[in-house]
Design a protein around this ligand. Structure first.
Ligand code: C2E
Ligand code: CA
Ligand code: CA
Length: 737
């Protein structure tokens, strides 16, 4: 910003200085001219004085009475009119009257008054002047200046040490009453001292000099002007010194503060203006930069967004070397269980987790790589300069490891999983969209394989994915038609005495063209598409109807968390119970951890269901994200130990320990336990030894169609077969996808 303001402000400043100097020059010029003029005036005043003295003398020297008095040596009269009077009136210091032989008739001196003798110095000074005058008079010379009536001699000289004007005039009659021989006139001498205060003050007044003084030396200070007084004999006899009038300086002194204020004001105005302009521009460019950032970044994590990612990928693809030596991998990342965390703890916490994961992701990426957040819990990663599948797989493992490290957010310790799918360029194409789509397909398969897994694209995957898309259409058709969906029932036995205590309803889908399709495959599709609601109602309706015809066995129905988010779920269920006549106490709903901890409708529904007397079982216990420690906070009747753990109890010590911990914990919190996926006798023996309450699994029976249930029930009444795989002869409802 300064880079632009500074030159402009500097320019204005320089213009200000230039203006100031111009004014200064103009005013000093005015001063110079004025000083020259005053000097000239002083010069004029001297000439003027030299003319004024004889002129004033003539007021008394051209006078009959004066001639008469002089000839009569009437000193008293002469003193009155040509002496004292002239001294008082004109300020002359010395006045003399001389007779034709130059003998003084009147001697008047300012300092001493009337005297009889003249000072010899003055006499010496006057002698040549008198001589000249009488000669000119005798010669009959007439005054050249019409202003004068008589001839006269004037001089400038030091008299008694004072610079003075000396003037000699003849005393002549004004009429013809007296005859006068030329050259023998009485003479009148007047001396005017030029350093007299009276004279100097007169000059000051008349010519407007300031502090005018006389000095024998040139001692004018820097601000004063001096005029050299030259005597008639050409000698420098002193100086007139004065304070010259400086109109320019006066003006300058008057206007310079205004000029400074004006200049400073101007600089300030320009500076403010420029600053405002710059600020506007910089906020404008800041806004633009912000806009650019918004357009290219994800607001939550600050990571690049899809747009920027696409740009990077396109640029990288364009440079891809045709030989295929170095390759490019596009990774699609999806967090597992994020939706549950979001639903359970709220979006604010979910956002923080996403942000934290974004940080981790960035820490792993190299500068050449590109990272982006492209969906709520979806990220993409471009790895450039990749050599082999192994490189990418190593990266995938690190990513998954990184994602699974615990997150400490708002005092909670959270865990989340990650699935990754990837595709290669140029192996899987050179088109960005095509590559991303293939990475997405691979991701989908990674998810299907099990959570926290990764997969590279494979042509077969495409086929499978297309199948999945078809599943949705087929599901809708199946719901609309009759007979494709059936409910199978898998018996549950009490560990203590092997009695058949209930069944779990499991949905079966027999596709007219593709045969049996696993619920593991179509239930998630139904959940994603919202078809789960209708599907769940169908299972509930069918299971309740069927179970109502049995004895006292309970019927367990799986309920998806998505279904429980429906505010009308409880009333719909109550309607089914009423219609089928099944007592609520015989119905058990199998819910997942997600449903139990998700606030809002889910929890309200569960509470209402329990109040109706319906029991709740926590399905797939141990696979969810919540820790075992939370068990006492969960309001259910039963825990189903997931088949993943049951499968391992006869092989792995850690699975044994896990199952034992679950059972102990459940007992401590007064919950009963059921082990699912029990497949052999050694599992039964272990589960029994640790006090598990009931069993379910192929060891006893797979899920069977409703028409085979009576057979199982009657077999159970004969405990001979209970605890054996006696039911294994029943139709194996296991599935073919
Ligand atoms: P689940 O609730 O954990 O159901 C138990 C699954 O284990 C069933 O698979 C059952 O056939 C299978 N199973 C039973 N005994 C054994 C055994 O000894 N060994 C092995 N390996 N597996 C055994 P199925 O029927 O394929 O169901 C898969 C999942 O689909 C269910 O898991 C459940 O989560 C979901 N599901 C099934 N029916 C429904 C339904 O009506 N509604 C909802 N929401 N989900 C359903
Ligand atoms: Ca279940
Ligand atoms: Ca289960």
């Amino acid at each position: 910003m300064l880079t632009r303001t500074l030159p402009v402000v500097l320019l204005v400043f320089l213009v200000g200085i230039a203006a100031f100097f111009l004014v200064y020059w103009a005013t000093s010029e005015a001063d110079r001219v004025t000083a020259a003029r005053q000097y000239y005036l002083l010069e004029q005043s001297q000439a003027e004085t030299l003319r004024a003295v004889p002129h004033q003398q003539e007021s008394t020297t051209v006078w009959d009475d004066a001639v008469k008095a002089a000839r009569a040596w009437d000193t008293g009269w002469l003193n009155n009119n040509l002496g004292t009077w002239m001294h008082e009136y004109y300020g002359y210091s010395d006045l003399y009257v001389l007779d034709p032989r130059n003998i003084p008739v009147l001697v008047y001196r300012e300092k001493t008054g009337l005297e009889s003798q003249m000072n010899p110095d003055i006499q010496a000074l006057l002698a040549p002047m008198i001589e000249r005058l009488r000669t000119r008079l005798r010669a009959g010379e007439q005054p050249k200046d019409p202003q004068f009536k008589t001839l006269g001699e004037t001089a400038v000289a030091l008299v008694d040490g004072s610079p003075s004007v000396i003037s000699v005039k003849p005393i002549v009659p004004e009429t013809n009453r007296f005859s006068q021989s030329a050259g023998n006139e009485y003479l009148h001498v007047a001396v005017l001292r030029l350093n007299e205060p009276r004279y100097l003050q007169g000059l000051e007044r008349k010519y407007l000099f300031d502090h005018l003084r006389f000095s024998y030396e040139q001692d004018a200070t820097g601000s004063e002007s001096a005029y050299a007084l030259i005597s008639s004999s050409g000698k420098n006899i002193g100086y007139f010194i004065w304070q010259p009038y400086k109109p320019g300086s006066t003006v300058l002194a008057y206007i310079s503060p205004m000029l400074v204020v004006l200049c400073v004001g101007l600089v300030m105005i320009v500076f403010t203006f420029m600053t405002l302009m710059n600020r506007r521009e910089s906020t404008q460019s800041a806004t633009e930069a912000k806009m650019r950032h918004i357009v290219l970044h994800d607001s939550l994590t600050g990571l690049p967004n899809r747009l920027q990612f696409n740009q990077r990928v396109d640029a990288e693809l364009a440079q891809l070397d045709p030989a295929g030596e170095s390759r490019l991998a596009l990774l699609f990342l999806d967090l597992n269980g994020f939706k549950q965390i979001n639903d359970s703890y709220g979006h604010a916490l979910g956002d923080k987790l996403i942000y934290e994961f974004g940080r981790r992701l960035i820490s792993l990426a190299r500068p050449r790589d590109a990272v982006a957040r492209v969906g709520s819990d979806e990220f993409t990663l471009m790895l450039s300069g990749i050599g082999s599948h192994e490189d990418v797989e190593r990266m995938c493992r690190r990513l998954i490891e990184l994602a699974r490290m615990p997150y400490n957010i708002e005092g909670k310790q959270l865990f989340i999983g990650l699935s990754v799918g990837y595709a290669f360029a140029p192996d899987h194409g050179r088109d960005r969209d095509e590559l991303l789509r293939k990475a997405d397909v691979a991701l989908y398969h990674a998810k299907m394989n099990g959570r926290n897994d990764f997969a590279g694209f494979d042509v077969e995957m495409d086929v499978l994915l297309r199948n999945r898309r078809r599943v949705e259409t087929d599901l809708r058709e199946a719901l609309a038609s009759q007979g494709q969906f059936q409910v199978y029932y898998q018996p549950v036995y009490r560990a203590a005495d092997g009695s058949l205590i209930g069944f779990e309803a499991l949905l079966r889908w027999h596709h007219p063209a593709r045969g049996w399709i696993s619920p593991e495959f179509f239930i998630p599709v139904a959940e994603e598409t919202g078809l789960i609601g209708d599907l769940g109602q169908f299972v509930l309706q069918t299971a309740c109807e069927t179970a109502a015809q049995w004895g006292a066995q309970s019927i367990a129905v799986n309920v998806s968390a998505i279904e429980l988010q429906d505010g009308d779920y409880v009333s719909k269920l109550a309607a089914i119970l009423a219609k089928t006549g099944l007592p609520p106490a015989r119905l058990e709903l199998e819910v997942t951890e997600t449903a139990v901890i998700t606030e809002g409708n889910c929890q309200n529904n569960l509470k209402a269901l329990r109040q109706m007397g319906i029991r709740l079982a926590l399905d797939d216990f141990g696979t969810g994200f919540s820790s075992l420690g939370r068990l006492n906070q969960i309001d259910v009747d039963r825990i189903k130990i997931d088949k993943i753990f049951v499968r391992g109890v006869d092989r792995s010590d850690s699975d044994k320990a896990m199952v034992r911990a679950i059972v102990d914990l459940a007992r401590a919190t007064n919950l009963s336990t059921i082990a699912e996926g029990v497949e052999n006798a050694s599992q039964v023996a272990f589960l029994r030894s640790i006090g598990c309450d009931s069993f379910q699994g192929y060891y006893y029976s797979p899920a069977v169609p409703a028409d085979q249930v009576p057979g199982l029930l009657s077999a159970a009444r004969h405990p001979v077969i209970a605890g054996s795989s006696g039911a294994a002869t029943a139709h194996d409802g296991e599935l073919h996808e």
